[in-house]
Design a protein around this ligand. Structure first.
Ligand SMILES: [Zn+2]
Length: 385
């Protein structure tokens, strides 16, 4: 009997696995994979000041090629539960729609990949022509320090080698089959700080107002586009997110002004070259009139792209076969755990619809779960030909 992705998604949705709680979700996956012949490992990671987090690695087969499916069983909190038309952990189905926190992000995709893998194994005497594995974490929606990043290091230390990875984040904006993510932009936070001289507003000649300076520098930094985009990416963008003086007094010229910003950047430049460009713009505008500096925050989200080739083409073909659509190859959106996986093997992301993630009444059409399972099933069949 083929594995039922809808029943499996419902079971997972009943597990209250709000980060950092495991909620029974990983245990459910683990016991099913164990029954199917997977070797499973539960690994807990923690750091001072963070919650210990449960992770799961499960593999069947010892040979190459090795296809790993990555994902997270943790979910964001439901918020005010009274605003949900169906309780967030009840797993209700109404008119072909399944409701629950994590339906699209991303317990549904985990269930679909499990169902596809179990079906594939059943059709091939219980053994893949190579290896299938699951890299599942309970720390994606939180600060993401005790999840995929450490699980990958742990696996590498054990000698695990991955040839390709599919991450099951929700990627389709409108319809299942719309979009594969083949990369992600990098992210960089910074704070622009302009220093002046504090004084009385009635005696400006005795002070130096940093507000004038910061306004000029913000304008200069934003004056020209950072670039025009590249083959796989849109233009890099710098967005100021707050401008602060913190001055509660009406007759005081402040001593300092700060402006926070975030840059989402493409593969035009390295992170270092990007920082240089922003500092050059500030420097040119400041001359020796304005005293300024930029504090750059450390970041672990670098730009990456999995250049389209046979692997991406095979996934696209499987999607077209089931949905009739030709998926866009996109690098839009925020960061994901793919930023860590890309250091180990080529990674693409394909899952359910993205509209519903993190929303009240998060839901998935049960027909999408069936179709996604069919797509993953085609992928496995083609991958292990
Ligand atoms: Zn997610």
């Amino acid at each position: 009997m083929p594995a039922d992705p809808v029943a499996l998604t419902r079971d997972l949705l009943r597990c209250p696995s709000v980060t950092p709680a495991e909620g029974g979700a990983l245990s459910l996956v683990e016991s099913m994979l164990k029954d199917a012949g997977f070797t499973t490992h539960r690994v807990t990671f923690e750091e001072p000041g963070t919650d210990p987090i449960d992770n799961l690695y499960a593999r069947i087969g010892i040979g190459a090629p090795h296809l790993t499916f990555a994902g997270h069983t943790d979910v964001v909190p439901p918020g005010d539960e009274s605003r949900w038309s169906h309780p967030p952990f009840a797993s209700d189905i109404e008119k072909g729609v399944l409701y629950g926190r994590g339906a699209v992000d991303m317990k549904g995709a985990i269930a679909c990949f499990m169902a596809a893998a179990l079906d594939h194994l059943e059709a091939h005497d219980g053994h893949p022509k190579g290896s299938i594995s699951f890299l599942l974490t309970g720390d994606e929606e939180g600060i993401a320090v005790n999840g995929t990043i450490k699980l990958l290091q742990w696996a590498a230390q054990r000698g695990e080698k991955f040839d390709h990875c599919i991450l099951g984040e929700p990627t389709n904006p409108q319809t299942l089959g719309d979009m594969i993510k083949i990369g992600r932009r990098g992210s960089q936070n910074g704070t622009l700080i302009v220093t002046g001289t504090q004084g009385h507003v009635a005696y400006p000649e005795l002070a130096d107002n940093p507000v004038r300076g910061i306004v000029a520098l913000i304008a200069a930094i934003n004056a020209d586009p950072l670039d025009a985009g590249t083959a796989h990416f849109g233009a890099s963008n710098l967005e100021f997110t707050s401008v602060d003086v913190g001055n509660k007094t009406v007759n005081l010229i402040p001593a300092e002004a700060r402006a926070r910003f975030n840059i989402r950047f493409n593969d035009t430049r390295t992170r270092a070259a990007l920082r240089e460009e922003i500092e050059r713009r500030a420097h040119d505008a400041a001359g020796n009139r304005i005293r300024w500096r930029i504090d750059w925050e450390p970041s672990n989200s670098d730009v990456f792209v999995t250049t389209p080739g046979p692997f991406v083409a095979m996934i696209s073909a499987a999607i077209t076969e089931v949905t009739g659509l030709k998926p866009a190859l996109s690098t839009t959106g925020g960061t994901s755990d793919a930023r860590f996986i890309k250091d180990y093997c080529p990674v693409i992301e394909f899952g359910l619809l993205s509209q519903q993630m993190h929303k009240v009444d998060e839901h998935v059409a049960t027909k999408d779960l069936v179709a996604l399972t069919a797509i993953y099933r085609h992928i496995l069949e083609r991958y292990f030909q």
